[in-house]
Design a protein around this ligand. Structure first.
Ligand code: ADP
Length: 224
């Protein structure tokens, strides 16, 4: 079983369907692991907010629940991982999303230590999770209206930022995102399993239980 080594730049890939808790868990483990958290979805949403050319293209594929073109995602992601905060290691949330992306990542990461973590959640739990999700506009921390509400309605517990619902978090778009996940992203589970670089975590449990298991599986004592 692959474990992270302390000597190379470490890359943790969070796999799992939309709403599996990739963003929540990345936020919780990044400090413990001293790694940057890179969410391709957040990078795209930032481009939309800034009105960049990429943002203009992203708006349409994101609102449809489809994946963006690989080359656009590569340019955005590989520029991000060059930044100094990624030197020790980084957590990828939302990338790779298909086999072509995983192969490109592998080409670029020859001297990195890669571990994929599959956050496993049944489809039946996903719609309920996502359609009641709220996210902080400022720090992107996710909340759930029933399971993990913010202390003050509409405000982030951590930074007091305003909470909002993503425009692609509707039942109709989530159903498409789930279909895209099964067709294009789920094959990555076998891809990393064959490389001996996969760990699976049952993510249909409380946030704390999942975080604990992730940290155990990543063996933080060797990561630090
Ligand atoms: P979730 O995991 O909840 O579906 P994300 O924020 O990761 O949400 O992604 C939202 C949308 O951004 C996706 O539906 C897709 O349109 C786009 N996207 C994010 N990451 C990628 C990627 N690696 N490749 C292609 N499209 C992406």
């Amino acid at each position: 079983m692959a474990n992270l080594q302390a000597t190379q730049t470490q890359v943790v890939i969070l796999l799992g369907p939309p709403g599996a808790g990739k963003g929540s868990q990345a936020t919780l483990i990044k400090e413990e692991l001293e790694m940057a958290h890179i969410s391709t979805g957040d990078l795209l949403r930032e481009n939309i907010k800034q009105g960049t050319d990429l943002g203009k293209q992203a708006k349409s594929f994101m609102d449809e629940g489809k994946l963006g073109p690989d080359h656009l995602i590569f340019d955005m992601l590989f520029a991000r991982v060059e930044k100094p905060d990624c030197k020790k290691g980084y957590i990828l949330d939302g990338f790779p999303r298909n086999i072509a992306q995983a192969e490109e990542l592998q080409k670029r990461l020859r001297s990195h230590d890669v571990m994929a973590l599959n956050l496993s959640v049944p489809d039946s739990a996903i719609i309920e999770r996502i359609t009641k999700r709220e996210i902080c506009k400022t720090c992107q921390t996710p909340y759930h209206q029933d399971f993990s509400p913010s202390k003050v309605k509409g405000k982030c517990d951590l930074c007091e930022g305003e909470l909002y619902q993503r425009s692609d978090d509707t039942k109709e778009v989530v159903e498409i995102r789930l279909k895209v996940y099964h067709e294009q992203t789920a094959p990555l589970i076998e891809f990393y399993e064959k490389k001996g670089a996969l760990q699976t975590v049952d993510s249909n449990r409380s946030k704390d239980a999942i975080t604990e298991e992730i940290l155990e599986k990543l063996q933080p004592s060797t990561v630090k």
